[in-house]
Design a protein around this ligand. Structure first.
Ligand SMILES: [Zn+2]
Ligand SMILES: [Zn+2]
Length: 266
């Protein structure tokens, strides 16, 4: 039975720009029918609070995995297996070294966000971090694959709920040329668009170890539209990854028990 995860979610606990609460994550996952969620926060949770939340979510049948979205000179990297910041990891090379030591997995998030929006009266720059110079903006995927970022990361986010369709489609073209599967996540900072992007992983993923092992095994495919019961797959989809979707309920279910409020990270 495949598992359906949103690989890119921010809560207010680890991301000051998010209004999504941990309770929302559990309720929305149940309403939509997600297996689990990766909290790819900007700042790490306190470990005991995270563990408390993991077991609360587990009691409701939702798997929560810990991630960090680390800002580097080549943009935002979704990291799995890294629980804390260490010095120097805003450098992509150092982040790779640290992740290799930990056996962690790295995904470049929204690599082509703003690529097609040129800025400035005289078209002076783009707001895309990989290709800031309009003169070097790739027009076809073949022109983007030689960017050094792709030698550092293990996978490429090809469905990001905050990206335009054009930006996501370009990511998929690049991933295909590089022989990567691509991953999907919503980048949700509120209930709106939660689970818009998902990753379907082979097997019954129950915890962080299962999750990272499935990433390394690369039996995964990205999808879009799961949150409205209209899942569209991308890439080569094996039978093992076909999900029998259902129409999400209109109302979020009530939750059992009380979850303490978590400390403010800011
Ligand atoms: Zn980001
Ligand atoms: Zn993000």
């Amino acid at each position: 039975m495949p598992s359906v995860f949103d690989l890119h979610v921010h809560t207010g606990v680890g991301s000051p720009d998010s209004v999504l609460t941990p309770q929302d994550v559990v309720q929305e996952s149940l309403r939509i029918g997600l297996t689990g969620v990766v909290l790819s926060e900007h700042w790490p949770w306190r470990t005991h609070e995270f563990n408390e939340f993991v077991s609360y979510a587990k009691d409701h049948g939702v798997v929560i995995v810990r991630g960090l979205e680390v800002k580097t000179e080549y943009g935002h990297i979704l990291t799995f297996g890294l629980h804390e910041y260490s010095s120097g990891i805003s450098s992509i090379a150092e982040l790779r070294r640290v992740m290799d030591r930990k056996g962690g997995f790295m995904i470049i998030a929204h690599p082509f966000r703003f690529l097609f929006d040129v800025v400035g009266v005289a078209v002076t720059h783009t707001n895309n971090i990989l290709f800031p110079d309009p003169a070097t903006v790739p027009t076809v995927a073949e022109e983007a694959v030689s960017h050094p970022i792709f030698t550092y990361v293990d996978e490429i986010e090809v469905v990001n709920g905050g990206n335009s369709d054009r930006e996501n489609a370009f990511s998929r073209d690049v991933a295909k040329l590089l022989g990567r599967k691509g991953t999907g996540g919503s980048d949700a900072h509120s209930k709106a668009g939660f689970a818009k992007g998902v990753t379907i992983l082979e097997g019954d993923i129950r915890d962080e170890n299962d999750f990272i092992a499935a990433l390394w095994a690369r039996v995964l495919t990205p999808g879009e539209g799961f949150h409205i019961g209209q899942l569209q797959y991308f890439g080569d989809v094996s039978e093992k990854l076909v999900v029998n979707g259902r129409k999400p309920a209109a109302e979020a279910p009530p939750l059992r028990g009380r979850l303490p409020s978590f400390g403010d990270r800011t």
